[in-house]
Write a protein that binds this ligand. Structure first.
Ligand code: FAQ
Length: 312
């Protein structure tokens, strides 16, 4: 049972920048919202391994292959921290993974786009990890303790990911004319989907208002998107590449960039499961789960055997 007094006390507590921990009282809607957002976040990390894993066997050098392997493995680790953090809210990881494998759960729209060339791996690191960091740095101050702590750890690793992507872009942009063309093509294809990662515009965001009040979210979708644009445009200029937005221009009065309109039809189409790779991504996750069933069964049998022999 929740009453107004409890809700007010809870709000006052989070307003003081105090963290809510797993065993603390929380409104049911706060718990549900966290389960939703954190599970979507965990799924994004895990599905996010797929577009980059696609290039591990084709990385141009052994060094690049080793770096990419480490990066993809980090994303898997982020998924695991996040699933553990969601479990503190009383849900079972198996149920969450089951929802993902059956196409019921959401994950970030960005991972439904294909990686067509090596420079796409640069663009993913630079733009996708770059956008992820902007969002996750803000979430380090989220009001739920286990989520906040997971974000602190994850941001450290994301920062390396973003740099490795930018180094690939530099190499391509400063390479042959053909390489520079590939880098520009990657920027053209990944720019707008990266902006979509921040979610719908504030006026269309269902959860923002309540989540900001509960300090789950610390900045709105549009604020974070603007921050990412302002940070990334000079990086593109340094590379000598052009952001594919004819309306992009510096607004001296506001001290930020003005930019064009996102194709929201494309965004919602991808979110609803009809993007280029949605079906392929879910099928890949389901196959990984099915193929790994024997490992889980063997581990469970081994754990049970040890338990019985200890008792004996
Ligand atoms: N894609 O009311 P809002 C990474 C949904 S980073 C798909 O604004 P909210 C690292 C939203 O869920 C990527 N769906 O929602 C990496 C809601 O649907 P629902 C993951 C989206 O939660 C890098 C509806 O639209 N990062 O993985 C998207 O307040 C490279 C209404 O939206 C996170 O998840 C979208 N882009 O704000 C890994 C960060 N945007 O549930 C590998 C944590 C919105 O009502 C390689 N999440 N929707 O049916 C958040 O900060 C928030 O959840 C937002 C959305 C900002 C994503």
């Amino acid at each position: 049972m929740e009453n107004q007094e409890q809700l007010d006390k809870f709000s006052a507590y989070v307003q003081q920048e105090l963290k809510i921990e797993a065993k603390d009282w929380m409104p049911e809607q706060y718990r549900k919202t966290l389960v939703r957002q954190m599970a979507q976040h965990a799924h994004s990390e895990v599905v996010g391994m797929l577009p980059e894993a696609n290039w591990i066997t084709r990385a141009p050098t052994l060094k690049r292959k080793a770096i990419l392997l480490a990066k993809v493995q980090d994303e898997g680790g982020h998924g695991l921290y996040l699933y553990s953090a969601v479990e503190t809210l009383g849900v079972e990881r198996d149920d969450l993974v089951n929802d993902l494998n059956h196409g019921i759960a959401k994950y970030s729209s960005i991972f439904n786009y294909p990686t067509l060339s090596w420079s796409d791996i640069g663009a993913v690191g630079w733009l996708v990890d770059g956008a992820a960091i902007v969002n996750q740095v803000s979430l380090q101050r989220t009001s739920y303790g286990p989520y906040s702590r997971a974000m602190i750890r994850i941001c450290k690793e994301e920062s390396f990911h973003q740099r490795q992507g930018y180094v690939i872009m530099m190499k391509m942009a400063q390479g042959s004319a053909e390489q520079k063309k590939m880098a520009q093509d990657s920027l053209n294809r990944w720019w707008w989907p990266s902006l979509m990662m921040f979610g719908p515009s504030d006026k269309d965001s269902t959860h923002s208002q309540q989540n900001m009040a509960w300090r789950i979210k610390r900045h709105s979708n549009d604020e974070l998107r603007q921050k990412f644009i302002d940070m990334t445009v000079p990086q593109a200029e340094y590379l000598g590449l052009t952001i594919p937005d004819p309306d992009l221009k510096w607004n001296a009065e506001k001290g930020q960039y003005d930019w064009g309109e996102i194709d929201w039809d494309e965004f919602w189409n991808v979110v609803k499961g009809n993007g280029m790779c949605n079906k392929e991504r879910v099928a890949a996750r389901k196959k990984a789960s099915d193929d790994g069933a024997w490992v889980r069964e063997a581990a469970t049998a081994y754990a049970n055997k040890r338990k019985t022999s200890k008792v004996a």
